[in-house]
Design a protein around this ligand. Structure first.
Ligand code: GAL
Length: 720
C-alpha cells in the first residue's frame, strides 16, 4: 500500500515536471512605452538587455512628432512560448511582405527566406555572425520589431511552415509539378533564445523609414559627431612614435590633403595585446608635449585599444577582482556590466590620456570586442556579476562604447571613435564600425545595411595600387567616417603619383560638403533618420522582382534552386538629396538604379535619368553621384581641417533640377553638448522661381533666433 502511494506520488511529480517542461504558448500583453512603440515580455526577461547595456533612453519629444500610427500587427497572431531554458516568439509575415535588417550583413540585404544565428563576431561568412548583429527587423509593410535580449538569437524569416498555419503553401509533386518550391514560404518570423524570457518591441511606421526613425529615437536619437569628426582620419603605422606621428600630419598638410584626426595604433602603449593603457616612454617620451603639438596643427588624436588588461599594467591589480574566468591574449577581461570596474577603467583613460589635453584627444578605437571565437573568451566563461560568456559577448562593445561616451560627455566635449563590435541600442553612440575585410562590394553592402540597424559603418582604405586606392578613397569619403587605416603599411595617400591629385580632390570634396553632412547627422540625432539610407528605405524606389526559378532541375549546380531577386545593395542615399553609387576598383562602368522622379548629375547638373536604370562610365576622378530633383547641396570653401567653434564661413548653395528646393540647415558650435540644452539653429534655405521665372534663393533664420556660422550665401543653379 505504502509502496503504491509512493509510486503514485512519483508519477504525479513526473507528470507535473513534464507539463512544466512542455511549451507554454500564450498571447503577448503589449504596453505602449512611447508614441508608436510597444513592448511585451515573454517569460522572465533577464536583467541585462541590449538596450540596457547601451544605456538607451527614449527621445520622447521627437517620437511624439512622428505621424500617429496604430499597432501595426494583428495582436492575435503574435505568440510567445516558454519551455526549459528557451524562449520563442512568433510574429506574422504576410505573403507579399519582405523583411530587412537583422544586423549588418556583408552579402545581402533581403532577409525573407533565410535563417540566422545573431551573434557578435568578426566577419567570416557565417550568416548572422557579424560586428553588429542587431536583432531588429524592418518590414516593407512599414513597421519594425526588436528582440531585446543579450543572448544569441536564432531567427527564421518566412521559413518553417507550421502544422497549425491557417494557409499553407500548396503541396506540389517534385517530379512533375512546376511550382515546387525548395523553401516553402511560411507565414511567420520566429525567434528563439536560450533564456527564461525576453522583451519584444514593435515600432510603428507608417513607412519603413518612420519605423527605423522610431527605433533610433527610442534609443535616444542618432549620434551627432563633432564637426571635426566629419573631416578625414588617417591611422599611422603601429610602430610610430611621437615624431613620426607629427611628421605624418605635416606630410598631409604638405600634400594639401585635409586631415582632422590622427589615429595612433597599438604602439602608443608600452604593452599591447593585452594592453597596459599607459604611454610607451620610448616612443612617446612626453605625451603632453606631443598632444599640444597635435593641437597646434588643428588635429585630434584617436587612440587604439582592446579592453584586455595586461598583468604588466598598473591597472591590472585594480581590475583583477572584477575579471572573468578566462583570459584574452593573456589579459584579464573585466566585467563591465558592473559599475565599479567601469569607473576604474574610465578613470584610467581620463588620467592617462584625456586629461593631458582634452582639446587634442578626440577619442578611441575600441578593437577586438567582436570575435573571432578563437580569440575571445568561450561561452563557458563566467563573470563576477553572475553573467556568462554569451551575454558579455553580445554586449561588450556596447558597454565599452557607453563608458567612453560618458567620459567625454562629462567634460561637455564630443567624441567620435571607432568600434569593431556593437549591437542594438547603439544609435546615439558616436562610433563607426570597421573591420579587417577588404572586399569592396561587401564594404558597400555593409554601409547600406547599417541604415537598417541604427549603426554607422565605414569601409577603409588601407593601401594598394593607384586606381584601387583612389576608388576606395572615393567610397570612404561618401561614408559616415572618411578613413585611411595605415596601421600595417608604408603606403600613404600620396604614394601613387598618378592618382594623388584625384585622391586629394576627393577628400577636399568631403570637406566642402561639411554643412550637408553635418545636417544629415543632425537629422539622425533629432529625427532618427539614418545617415545612410539603403535603397528600400528611399521613396520612389522599386525593388526588382524575385526571379522565379522553381522547378528548374540542375544536378550539378543546384537542384534546389530558389527564386532570388537581384538586390540593389551597391548604391545608397547619403542624406536627403545625394545618391552615392561607388565604383569598385577595376570597374569602368556600372549600373545605377534611379528611384521615381528626375535625378541630376552632381558634377554638371544635367538630367541623368528619371525612375530608370542607367549605365555610367565615370572618369577616374569621379565617383558617380546623383542629386534628387529640387535638391539643395550646401558647400563651404576648400579647407584643410574642420572649422573651429566660432569660425564663420561663406556658404555656397547649389540647386539641382526643375523642382523648387528646401533645406533646413543645421548648425551649432560643433564641439560641445550644448545642443542638448537648445543651443543650435535650423536655418531654412529655399529656392523657388521668382518674377520672370528666374530661380531665386532665400534664407530664413532660425525662428528661435539661434545663430548659424555662415556669413554670405551665394546660390548656384546647376541645371540650365
Ligand atoms: C586589428 C584592427 C586593425 C588594427 C590592428 C592593430 O585588429 O582591425 O585595424 O588596429 O588590429 O593591431
Amino acid at each position: 500500500m505504502k509502496q503504491s502511494i509512493t509510486i503514485a506520488f512519483i508519477c504525479a511529480l513526473l507528470a507535473a515536471f513534464t507539463l512544466n517542461a512542455s511549451a507554454q504558448t500564450h498571447a503577448l500583453r503589449w504596453e505602449r512605452v512611447a508614441p508608436g512603440v510597444w513592448r511585451a515580455r515573454v517569460g522572465r526577461p533577464e536583467a541585462l538587455t541590449l538596450l540596457g547595456a547601451a544605456g538607451a533612453r527614449p527621445a520622447l519629444e521627437p517620437l511624439g512628432k512622428l505621424p500617429a500610427a496604430p499597432f501595426p500587427l494583428d495582436r492575435e497572431q503574435i505568440e510567445g512560448r516558454r519551455w526549459g531554458w528557451k524562449t520563442a516568439v512568433r510574429l506574422p509575415l504576410a505573403l507579399d511582405e519582405e523583411v530587412y535588417g537583422l544586423g549588418v550583413d556583408f552579402k545581402t540585404m533581403r532577409r525573407t527566406g533565410s535563417t540566422f544565428r545573431l551573434h557578435v563576431d568578426h566577419w567570416g561568412g557565417v550568416t548572422g555572425r557579424t560586428h553588429a548583429p542587431v536583432p531588429l527587423y524592418v518590414s516593407t509593410r512599414g513597421y519594425a520589431v526588436l528582440f531585446n535580449t543579450a543572448r544569441y538569437l536564432d531567427v527564421s524569416v518566412g521559413l518553417g511552415v507550421r502544422l497549425a498555419a491557417k494557409e499553407k503553401p500548396p503541396v506540389v509533386d517534385r517530379t512533375t509539378g512546376k511550382g515546387w518550391a525548395a523553401l516553402p514560404r511560411s507565414d511567420s518570423v520566429e525567434a528563439l533564445a536560450n533564456a527564461e524570457g525576453m522583451e519584444v518591441y514593435v515600432f510603428a511606421g507608417p513607412t519603413m523609414l518612420d519605423a527605423v526613425r522610431r527605433y533610433n529615437l527610442f534609443n535616444g536619437g542618432g549620434a551627432l559627431p563633432p564637426k571635426w569628426g566629419l573631416g578625414f582620419l588617417a591611422r599611422t603605422p603601429t610602430r610610430y612614435g611621437a615624431e613620426q606621428a607629427l611628421k605624418e600630419i605635416d606630410d598631409f598638410r604638405r600634400n594639401g590633403i585635409p586631415l582632422d584626426m590622427l589615429g595612433l595604433e597599438p604602439g602608443w602603449q608600452d604593452q599591447a595585446y593585452p594592453c597596459s593603457f599607459e604611454w610607451d616612454a620610448a616612443r612617446f617620451p612626453d605625451p603632453s608635449k606631443f598632444l599640444s603639438e597635435v593641437e597646434r596643427r588643428h588635429v585630434r588624436v584617436n587612440l587604439w585599444f582592446n579592453p584586455y588588461v595586461s598583468p604588466t599594467a598598473p591597472l591590472y591589480r585594480k581590475l583583477l577582482p572584477y575579471a572573468g574566468t578566462h583570459l584574452v591574449w593573456n589579459g584579464i577581461v573585466p566585467d563591465y556590466t558592473l559599475p565599479a570596474p567601469r569607473k576604474i577603467f574610465s578613470d584610467q583613460l581620463e588620467r592617462e590620456v584625456v586629461r593631458l589635453n582634452p582639446r587634442a584627444v578626440g577619442g578611441f578605437k575600441i578593437d577586438e570586442v567582436d570575435g573571432y571565437d578563437r580569440y575571445l573568451w568561450p561561452d563557458a566563461a563566467t563573470f563576477p556579476s553572475g553573467r556568462d560568456g554569451e551575454q558579455l559577448r553580445q554586449t561588450y562593445g556596447l558597454l565599452v562604447q557607453r563608458l567612453v561616451y560618458d567620459l567625454f560627455h562629462k567634460r561637455n566635449l564630443r567624441t567620435f571613435g571607432q568600434v569593431r563590435g556593437t549591437n542594438a541600442g547603439a544609435s546615439p553612440l558616436p562610433f563607426v564600425i570597421y573591420n579587417d575585410n577588404y572586399a569592396f562590394d561587401e564594404y558597400i553592402t555593409a554601409v547600406s545595411n547599417s541604415g537598417f540597424a541604427g549603426v554607422l559603418w565605414s569601409p577603409e582604405v588601407r593601401g594598394g595600387k593607384g586606381e584601387d586606392m583612389l576608388r576606395r578613397t572615393q567610397a570612404v569619403v561618401f561614408s559616415p567616417l572618411a578613413l585611411f587605416n595605415g596601421w600595417a603599411t608604408d603606403d600613404k595617400l600620396w604614394t601613387h603619383e598618378e592618382v594623388k591629385d584625384d585622391i586629394r580632390a576627393a577628400v577636399i570634396l568631403r570637406m566642402r560638403l561639411l554643412p550637408y553632412l553635418y545636417t544629415t547627422f543632425a537629422q539622425y540625432h533629432f529625427e532618427g533618420t539614418p545617415v545612410v539610407r539603403p535603397m528600400p528605405l528611399v521613396e520612389g524606389f522599386r525593388a526588382p522582382q524575385a526571379r522565379d526559378e522553381s522547378g528548374r532541375l540542375d544536378a550539378t549546380a543546384n537542384p534546389y534552386a530558389i527564386g532570388r531577386a537581384d538586390e540593389v545593395k551597391d548604391q545608397y542615399m547619403l542624406g536627403d538629396s545625394l545618391l552615392v553609387a561607388p565604383l569598385p576598383p577595376g570597374a569602368k562602368t556600372r549600373k545605377v538604379v534611379l528611384p521615381a522622379g528626375r535625378w541630376y548629375d552632381f558634377y554638371d547638373g544635367r538630367l541623368a535619368g528619371e525612375g530608370e536604370t542607367i549605365e555610367v562610365t565615370p572618369a577616374l576622378s569621379r565617383i558617380p553621384l546623383f542629386v534628387k530633383d529640387g535638391g539643395l547641396i550646401p558647400f563651404i570653401p576648400e579647407r584643410q581641417w574642420a572649422p573651429g567653434r566660432d569660425e564663420v564661413l561663406p556658404l555656397e548653395v547649389r540647386h539641382y533640377g526643375r523642382l523648387p528646393g528646401r533645406l533646413a540647415l543645421y548648425d551649432d558650435d560643433g564641439e560641445s553638448f550644448d545642443y542638448e540644452r537648445g543651443e543650435y539653429s535650423w536655418t531654412l534655405l529655399n529656392v523657388a522661381r521668382g518674377a520672370g521665372g528666374r530661380w531665386q534663393g532665400q534664407v530664413t533664420p532660425d525662428p528661435r533666433g539661434k545663430r548659424w556660422r555662415y556669413s554670405e550665401v551665394t546660390w548656384t543653379f546647376m541645371t540650365k
